[in-house]
Design a binder for this molecule. Structure first.
Ligand SMILES: Cc1cc2nc3c(=O)[nH]c(=O)nc-3n(C[C@H](O)[C@H](O)[C@H](O)COP(=O)(O)OP(=O)(O)OC[C@H]3O[C@@H](n4cnc5c(N)ncnc54)[C@H](O)[C@@H]3O)c2cc1C
Length: 432
């Protein structure tokens, strides 16, 4: 395999792409190398995307991290001196009847997971508590992905233990969570600035549209601003976007890259802003309500705003509601919020502003969810590197993005070092 040292092209400027670029730019092996990042959109951050509404930053995508689980994110937040605050939504209000016994039921069933390595979580629960209660338990947990057929009991327990709203039903009840005061975009923007300072070039409005990988001399074809074609056919190439975007490229993904298969689920977040924080009187500030309705998880952010967050089928329910027009969407929000709070719809005020975001492929993951999945993939012939949070043990988290970016950079650095050793040995032999 030849190593093409002088340019490195990274496609995707999400956390994994920026982190990969920065790691390479800081390395001694790349000091004479041009590192270019090409990004489809006109901004960095990918699924970390904060906007400002009514003077409040809101995270349309990634929104919280745990100091106990996400060590790389925590480290970057400290190093970059980013302002953060407690993400307080670990306490449920207005509990459903089942919430009282959920922790002990889950605790009793946990030792039985090993006996059901291939069953879905829902099948597993059904065996022990019956179909109706199994369904009710999943509803009471607020994350509908727990009902997906490929979510085994072990994965389900991992999800419950690692999500702030429901960690209270596990032994992780004490984990602390935080959000960035200016949203998660503050992290990717600071890393972007650092990368620029280290000489990394960023090219926005560049979409990779095809990829010739079945060769040892691969090429990438990008469209610039939907018009001009840019061809990259030299240097090292790293793709830092998720599996669904890889599949669009007709590059033999996943079979020519991986022994695994990949899936994704949609996510939806809706934010509502009001003239007065009416929820404070109801003692809901800084609490989350899990509703047995399409609203699913309803959060009351101190005196600032209210938001709800859904996944899987209910994410698409809300996308469909928005497609029927703003009035229909807001009326649906109001009715379901009233139902979740057990009050009459006329008791709730109308918001003075709102925003929402439906993510078609919000979370991406390996269907087999195998702990041995490599953190980066390499195409079997071209050795182009593919990196995504979806390949890591922290899939669906910014932590996984940092891990993927670091791993992609280290894979390439190892390759460069190996080729430098070979070059030195060859020249020494020639002088003997
Ligand atoms: C609603 C939501 C909530 C989330 N909540 C959290 C949370 O609370 N905490 C947390 O830690 N994580 C959360 N995440 C997950 C987190 O956002 C991701 O794990 C992380 O952003 C993944 O980073 P990435 O760089 O691997 O991929 P991405 O962020 O997807 O970045 C990929 C980049 O590649 C670009 N790209 C794609 N295809 C092409 C192409 N063909 N050509 C050029 N460019 C391309 C994209 O535009 C994008 O900028 C959430 C995600 C969503 C959607």
């Amino acid at each position: 395999m030849t190593v093409r040292e002088n340019t490195i092209s990274i496609i995707g400027a999400g956390i994994s792409g920026i982190f990969c670029a920065l790691t390479l730019a800081k390395s001694k092996e790349c000091k004479n190398t041009t590192i270019r990042v090409y990004e489809h959109k006109d901004r960095v951050g990918g699924r970390a995307h904060a906007i400002k509404v009514n003077d409040h930053y809101v995270d349309l995508g990634a929104g919280r991290f745990s100091s106990g689980l996400h060590h790389n994110v925590k480290e970057q937040v400290k190093l970059l001196d980013l302002a953060y605050e407690k993400f307080p939504f670990t306490q449920l209000k207005r509990p459903q009847a089942l919430h009282k016994s959920l922790k002990s039921i889950l605790k009793n069933l946990k030792p039985l997971c090993d006996e059901h390595p291939h069953d879905s979580f829902e099948e597993f629960l059904t065996i022990y508590v019956g179909r109706i209660q199994a369904r009710e338990m999943i509803n009471a947990l607020g994350y509908d992905s727990l009902a997906l057929p490929n979510i085994t009991p072990h994965i389900a327990y991992d999800i419950i233990e690692k999500h702030p709203e429901i960690q209270g039903f596990s032994d992780n009840a004490g984990y602390e969570w935080f959000n960035l005061k200016e949203g998660f975009s503050a992290l990717t923007e600071k890393l972007y600035e650092q990368a620029l300072a280290h000489g990394v070039e960023f090219h926005f409005g560049h979409e990779l549209i095809s990829l010739e990988a079945d060769t040892t001399a691969p090429s990438l074809i990008l469209k610039k601003d939907n018009q001009q074609t840019v061809v990259i056919d030299e240097g090292e190439m790293i793709l830092t976007f998720p599996p669904t975007a890889m599949k669009k490229l007709d590059c033999g993904f996943p079979q020519d890259w991986s022994n695994y298969t990949y899936g994704s689920i949609p996510l939806f977040k809706g934010f509502l802003f009001y003239d007065t924080p009416w929820w404070q009187e109801l003692d809901l500030a800084d609490h989350v309500v899990i509703a047995n309705s399409p609203m699913r998880k309803l959060y009351f952010k101190d005196n600032r705003y209210v938001f709800f967050y859904t996944d899987s089928e209910y994410a698409n329910f809300w996308r469909d509601a928005t497609l029927k027009g703003e009035a229909h969407y807001l009326q649906t929000v109001k009715e379901l919020m009233a139902e979740a709070l057990k009050c009459h719809v006329s008791q709730l005020p109308d918001p003075n502003n709102h925003t929402y975001k439906h993510w078609v492929h919000g979370v991406e993951f390996s269907q087999e969810s195998c702990p041995n999945h490599p953190e980066t993939l390499e195409h079997k012939q071209s050795h182009i590197i593919s990196a995504s949070d979806a390949y890591t043990s922290h899939c669906g988290w910014m932590e996984g993005g940092i891990m993927a970016g670091t791993s992609a950079a280290n894979t390439l650095l190892a390759r460069i070092k190996q080729s430098q050793v070979k070059a030195v040995t060859k020249s020494e032999l020639e002088h003997v």
